[in-house]
Design a binder for this molecule. Structure first.
Ligand SMILES: [Fe+2]
Length: 181
């Protein structure tokens, strides 16, 4: 289930908000300039075709490049564990980007951690969720130790997705995706 958990930035044991209503989540995140939408989940194996309307709408806003990122457990692959850990580790520490980080989850889930307003807003995204983390926003992303998702990634700026790591170990103090699942 899509969930927003707001924790204090300094004391993660203090839960300030726990919401699972899409409208409430969008309203809270909107205060910080973070866009959140819930799209109707569409059938089909090709997310670019299934969500062509949404893709076209974002292209009209300037997000003209889109691709599909996906990871699904493959226990028949002896290297799956290492691949999963490698993928998970890429953006597990606090960072920013020069472009908005816009993701739509067509399937599966993952958790964005947004450091905004003295809080850490944890958004556990599931199928049908669109989130846009504004450029320059401190955040990290946890796909868990068993990554399982299909996401569309939207870009305005080539290479805008490159992470600028802050060096702050804040992520290590917060519950992981596995903890939240
Ligand atoms: Fe990021």
């Amino acid at each position: 289930m899509t969930t927003l958990i707001v924790l204090d930035e300094v004391d993660p044991s203090a839960t300030l908000l726990n919401a699972d209503d899409g409208t409430e989540i969008a309203a809270h995140l909107g205060q910080h300039g973070v866009r959140f939408e819930r799209w109707a989940v569409q059938p089909g194996d090709d997310p670019l075709a299934a969500y062509a309307g949404g893709v076209a709408a974002l292209a009209a806003e300037g997000y003209t490049t889109v691709d599909v990122a996906q990871l699904h457990p493959d226990t028949s692959d002896p290297e799956w564990g290492a691949k999963a850990a490698g993928a998970r580790g890429k953006f597990l520490a606090e960072h920013t980007h020069a472009d908005d980080e816009v993701r739509f989850f067509a399937a599966g889930s993952g958790a964005f951690y947004l450091r905004v307003g003295g809080h850490v807003d944890i958004v556990v995204c599931t199928a049908g969720d669109l989130i846009s983390v504004p450029e320059g926003t401190r955040h990290w992303f946890d796909m868990g130790t068993a990554p399982d998702f299909t996401a569309l990634r939207f870009f305005r700026v080539p290479e805008g997705w490159v992470g600028a790591f802050t060096g702050d170990p804040i992520a290590s103090r917060f519950p992981t995706f596995d903890d939240l699942a």
